[in-house]
Structures are given as structure tokens and as C-alpha cells.
Write a protein that binds this ligand. Structure first.
Ligand code: AMP
Ligand code: GLY
Length: 430
């Protein structure tokens, strides 16, 4: 069978790598891919937004399954376009992908389903929002642009002044364009965050093992927010009892509410959760795809055939599959980034040491922002450049192996957090 993966980041490299391991899969293409996917699959120079060219390629090459990695093509209706063309694509359709594409839609589903989440109000007029903030008894708010804003449309505020400034940024200055035509103001929750992802066909839910992302740029969760500087899996913060609770109180009612709203969700439903100290887990957001970088440690541990799971999702046959099988060893993923990220950064630096790192046992280096130049040299091509994943007998062992691999790799200005998974290691030590 032939597979086409759409996207160009570490998540897509992990998807292509994992799908290529299926006994059923003979060929994996990635559009447009990166220097890493060029090694584990074959790159196709088509942009993820060029639906017509992607459909033409899938037809011409008799692709049996197309897997959409990022949110933008999902919310723009790539899966619908493939289906209309008689092609099979894994991921939610445009209506269901609004769970990520519109925070207002997502909140409506959460409230319909009675899923625990932060209390919030929807606004379209900045003046009304300003009055609401001034009159509120709260001081801490979170202001969120409704639409996709490349992960930047959420402002966590510690004072009324900050909240007023966030409203101005999103709704008046339109820093994120039309994504700020509507916006939410919600109560600020506290606690540790966890990612619980599930594959669902709209009838059956296969929950993946819980993971934890590290969103802050620097050690000790300091500095600006990023797309994620590392992740590990499983995260004991979500123990079996909590995971079961999250399935029953969060995932099942969400999937049922989406069905009731004629928005049946088929794909990866990713709950971003705040484990609040008193109120239990609460949903911060839903994403409509695998998390990046959570996908990399998750798929490094998944032993089941992902191709089978994805095809069964499209046909709503998940209930007929065996439960997912996991490598019992934990996985730790360290992101290596460009100097300046998450602010502006330069691209094009030669990356050294990839082969040395690849020789280490239980290590896989997924590429995120890389590119092969005309001489076949791997160069940086993004802010998050590499995702170094290691499996270990314990989380501490996995961390040690991941950082040993990281120490082999460098380029001008490369940097990384040095404390990925420490929260888990410290919790285990207690
Ligand atoms: P979201 O895109 O909604 O997940 O927001 C991005 C990040 O903002 C989350 O990962 C949290 O760190 C933070 N966040 C979002 N909503 C809240 C909230 N209600 N309280 C505290 N932090 C939040
Ligand atoms: N790791 C966060 C995200 O994928 O949205």
C-alpha cells in the first residue's frame, strides 16, 4: 500500500517513519517534507495548501491513504476535498476540525457536553470586552483569538491591564488578522498541563498514553511560549485512574456532542488539559491532530500498526481492532532549536553530528525544520530544528540517552532545554 503524509515538521517525520514500518506499506511519500523525511520516505515538492496538486499526485500514484499532519490544511477542508475526489484521507473533515479552528466552536461543544473547562465569555466588540474586564471580580484572565494564529493567539494575563492590552492586540490591532474577529475571555486556571490524545472514528475512542509537552522556551518553564521544546510519554501526572476519568468525563461526551451537532470527528482528538489542584482535570483546548512534539515520543512507543488504525478510523471500524500495544519503556524527546527562536532566527546553518547520534541505541532523531541543500548537506530551515527521541528503562534513563544523542549534534547557534522530563523524574523520586 502507498501512503502520502502531508506536512513538513517533526510530527510528519514521525508519522512517515512509523507508517513505513507497517508490513502493509510499501511506499511513503511526504509533501513537502524535510531532510529527515527524505531519508525515511520520499519527498514530493507540493505545498500543504495546494489541494489540487496533492489530489492529482494521490491519483497519479494510486495512494491508498493520505495522512494530514498539521491543522491548517485540516481546517481548510483538505480531507473533504480528498473525499470528494474519491480518495482516502485520515483526519477530521472541515466541520469537525473546527474543534481546533475555532475556539468559540470548541467552547460551545465543551459546554454542550458538560465537559469541565474554564468559564468563558465570547466577544466581538472590544469595548464590551473592556467593560467586562473592568467590572469583573477576577484579576487573572486568558484572552484567546477565536481562529488559528500559529499558536500565538492565546494571551495569559496576570492583571486587568494585561487583559485590556490583550484585547487591544487581538481585537483592535488585529495582530492575528481575522482570527481575532471573535475572541474569548476566560478564567485563568492553574496547575500542571498534560496532553491526552485519542484516535476516534466517531464511535469508538482509542486513547493514547498521556504525554507532557514543555511549552516554555527555557529551563524551569521560564521565558516565552514556544511550539514545544520537548515532551515525554507516559506522563504519570495522568495516572490510570485519571486517564479513565478523562475518557469518561471528557473524551466520550465530546465525541457524542460532536455527533449530535452533525460534526462527527474522525482522526486524532487532542485534549490539552490543566490538572488543577482542586477542581480535577479541565480542558484548555482541543486540537484536531497529533501534538508536535508529543507525537514523536508517542509513536516511538506505539507497537500497533498505525496504518491499520488509520484505515479503520476512516471506515469507522476501530471497534473491531485489538487494543493498542505500547513499548513499556518511556520515551523522552528533546527539541533542538535555532538561535533566536521563538523570536526571529536565521536559517541555512549546516548541521553536524547527525550520523554519530543516529548510531546510538534506542535513539531516533526526527527532523523538524531541516532541508537538504543542492549538495546533499543537511541545513537548518526553521525555529525548531530537530526532535531527538530516546527510549529507556526509566524516564531518567531515556532522558540520559536523549541528551547523549543531543550532545553529538550541533550547528551555529543550536540550543535546547536541559530539563526535559525532570518534573516526571522528580515526581518518581518522591
Ligand atoms: P490553548 O491554545 O488554548 O491551549 O492555549 C495555549 C496555552 O495557553 C495552554 O497550553 C496554556 O498554557 C495556556 N492557557 C490556555 N487557556 C488557559 C486557561 N484558561 N488558564 C491558564 N492557562 C491557559
Ligand atoms: N505541542 C502542542 C501542540 O502540538 O499544539
Amino acid at each position: 500500500m502507498k501512503v502520502l503524509v502531508i506536512g513538513s515538521g517533526g510530527r510528519e517525520h514521525a508519522l512517515a517513519w512509523k507508517l513505513s514500518k507497517s508490513a502493509k506499506v510499501s511506499k511513503v511519500y511526504v509533501a513537502p517534507g524535510n531532510a529527515g523525511t527524505a531519508l525515511d520516505a520520499e519527498n514530493v515538492p507540493i505545498a500543504e495548501k495546494d489541494f489540487d496538486a496533492l489530489i492529482a499526485f494521490a491519483r497519479e500514484h494510486a495512494i491508498d491513504l493520505t495522512v494530514v499532519g498539521p491543522e491548517a490544511p485540516l481546517t481548510a477542508g483538505l480531507v473533504d476535498a480528498f473525499e470528494s475526489a474519491g480518495l482516502r484521507a485520515f483526519g477530521p473533515n472541515k466541520t469537525a476540525a473546527q474543534m481546533e479552528g475555532s475556539k468559540v466552536f470548541c467552547k460551545r461543544v465543551l459546554n454542550e457536553a458538560n465537559v469541565p473547562t474554564a468559564r468563558s465569555h465570547v466577544f466581538e466588540e472590544p469595548e464590551e470586552a473592556n467593560e467586562y474586564i473592568q467590572a469583573s471580580s477576577m484579576t487573572d484572565f486568558v484572552v484567546k483569538a477565536d481562529g488559528l494564529a500559529a499558536g500565538k493567539g492565546v494571551v495569559v494575563c496576570s492583571s486587568k491591564d494585561e487583559a485590556l492590552a490583550a484585547v487591544k492586540l487581538i481585537a483592535e490591532d488585529r495582530a492575528f488578522g481575522d482570527a481575532g474577529a471573535k475572541f474569548l475571555i476566560e478564567e485563568r486556571l492553574t496547575g500542571q498541563e498534560a496532553s491526552v490524545l485519542a484516535i476516534t472514528d466517531g464511535q469508538t475512542i482509542m486513547t493514547l498514553q498521556p504525554a507532557q509537552d514543555h511549552k516554555a522556551a527555557y529551563d524551569g518553564d521560564q521565558g516565552p511560549n514556544t511550539g514545544g521544546m520537548g515532551a515525554y510519554c507516559p506522563a504519570s501526572l495522568v495516572n490510570d485512574e485519571k486517564l479513565h476519568w478523562i475518557e469518561e468525563r471528557v473524551l466520550v461526551p465530546t465525541v457524542v456532542a460532536l455527533n449530535r451537532m452533525n460534526a462527527t470527528f474522525k482522526g486524532v482528538l487532542y485534549a490539552g488539559l490543566m490538572m488543577t489542584p482542586h477542581g480535577g482535570p479541565r480542558v484548555l483546548e482541543y486540537n484536531a491532530r497529533f501534538g508536535d512534539p508529543e507525537c514523536q515520543p508517542l509513536l516511538s512507543r506505539l507497537q500497533s500498526d498505525l496504518y491499520d488504525v488509520m484505515q479503520a478510523t476512516i471506515d469507522q471500524r476501530l471497534a473491531t481492532l485489538e487494543p493498542l500495544k505500547w513499548d513499556p519503556r518511556p520515551a523522552v524527546c528533546v527539541v533542538m532549536a535555532s538561535k533566536g527562536y521563538p523570536g526571529s532566527y536565521e536559517k541555512g546553518f549546516e548541521i553536524f553530528g547527525l550520523e554519530d547520534a543516529a548510531r546510538l541505541p534506542d535513539v531516533k532523531v526526527f527532523h523538524a525544520g531541516t532541508k537538504l541543500d543542492e549538495n546533499g548537506v543537511v541545513r537548518t530551515n526553521g525555529g525548531r530544528v530537530l526532535d531527538v527521541v530516546a527510549l529507556g528503562d526509566t524516564v531518567a534513563d531515556a532522558k540520559r540517552k536523549a541528551y547523549e544523542a543531543v550532545s553529538k549534534i550541533h550547528w551555529e547557534g543550536s540550543w535546547y532545554r536541559t530539563d526535559i522530563a525532570d518534573k516526571e523524574i522528580n515526581a518518581n523520586a518522591r
